[in-house]
Design a protein around this ligand. Structure first.
Ligand SMILES: Cc1cc2nc3c(=O)[nH]c(=O)nc-3n(C[C@H](O)[C@H](O)[C@H](O)COP(=O)(O)O)c2cc1C
Length: 332
């Protein structure tokens, strides 16, 4: 194990599962090869054979362990069976209930279970279910935001809840560079989970225009205007693009269903029409009015200045954090 490793990984750096298909085999393998934990993202529908292929493709790009993220708000039982039978290192879950039985089943397949939570109560449930680590998401996070609390207050509360138990806590939300990493460590985390920083990497499947905006723009907002019909009750943090600023005050009963089609994407092998106000970020295959599509981003987006190879992101986080601890905090 290297500096601040956890769960058997060399470093305590996690690349979040990025829906719907932004964290594919190339990104996950690049993170794994750099010593971090990369997470594929399972489709939002049952597609076990497709998922097995994704896992195998990733294995052809790295010999290191990696994991898969599943959003429990969508159909997932067959997908989880495929994940367990493929014996990936980690099953990440979010947005829904999971049982102690599932955790036991995963453990007997040699798979660790790592939920992402957005509140103290959810963290307590996770501990009771016997999970292996917990990702604590603050309201600063990009993408769908589970809870209301900021990371700086929620994280130490969960750390206190865990006490002496061997359950690493992983901080998520607004972390982009080594300063955020060291801050999370000082709050009691053993690792960090980054989404937006990895969307803006060379290997992510995000559309180049989305990546460009992550570098150029620096403001985000917490909203519920995108994807209201498909995934109600799931607020999200997005880039404040001109499109978003024009549409953010639409009435509560409006949603994507009656809106015109503004583009098309192939998502996990299936061609999809993208309606205006849909909650689907543009990927490399997306055509149409990209500027009017949702672009998830966390509050740290203003710190992203360039698109980097994902391995370089991991390296800069580790080396930067080591330097920071050495120069600012040693010998106090
Ligand atoms: C484009 C995008 C897609 C995301 N998709 C998922 C997902 O499928 N499952 C999940 O648990 N979290 C997802 N997240 C949230 C991340 O897990 C994580 O909480 C968040 O990215 C952390 O904040 P940051 O973006 O500021 O690093 C997504 C985030 C982004 C930016």
């Amino acid at each position: 194990m290297g500096w601040r490793g956890m769960l058997g990984f060399e470093y305590g750096i996690v690349q979040a599962p990025l829906g719907p298909d932004i964290s594919g085999p190339e990104l996950v393998a690049a993170v794994a090869n750099a010593g971090g934990l990369g997470l594929l993202r399972a489709p939002d529908w049952e597609a076990p054979d497709y998922l097995r292929d994704l896992i195998r493709k990733t294995r052809s790009l790295t010999e290191r362990p990696f994991g898969v993220g599943v959003v429990l708000a969508f159909p997932h039982n067959e997908n989880i069976k495929a994940i367990l039978s493929e014996k990936v290192a980690v099953l990440q879950v979010s947005w829904g209930e999971y049982s102690e039985e599932l955790v036991l089943e995963a453990h007997s397949a040699g798979v660790k279970v790592v939920p992402q939570v957005g509140s103290f109560d959810e963290a307590r449930k996770a501990v009771n279910a016997g999970v292996d680590a917990i990702i604590v998401q603050g309201r600063e996070a990009g993408g769908h935001v589970i809870g209301q609390d900021g990371l700086i207050s929620l994280l130490p509360m969960v750390v206190d809840l865990i006490g002496d138990r061997d359950i690493p806590i992983i901080a998520a939300g607004g972390i982009v560079d080594a300063r955020g990493y060291v801050a999370a460590l000082s709050l009691g985390a053993q690792g960090i989970c980054l989404g937006t920083r990895f969307v803006a990497s060379e290997e992510s499947y995000a559309h180049p225009e989305y990546k460009r905006k992550l570098v150029e723009m620096d403001k985000t907002e917490y909203t519920d205007v995108f994807g209201r019909a498909r995934w109600p009750g799931a607020p999200h943090r997005v880039l404040q693009t001109p499109f978003f600023s024009n549409w953010k005050n639409i009435p509560a009963h409006e949603n994507e269903v009656n809106q015109p089609i503004i583009g098309r994407s192939t998502i996990h092998g299936i061609e999809k029409k993208i309606h205006r106000l849909a909650g689907t970020v543009p990927n490399v295959t997306t055509t149409g009015d990209i500027d009017s599509m949702v672009m998830f981003a966390g509050e740290g987006v203003g710190l992203i200045r360039e698109i980097l190879p994902a391995g370089e992101v991991v390296k800069q986080l580790v080396e930067g954090a080591q330097l920071l601890v050495h120069t600012k905090f040693s010998g106090l």
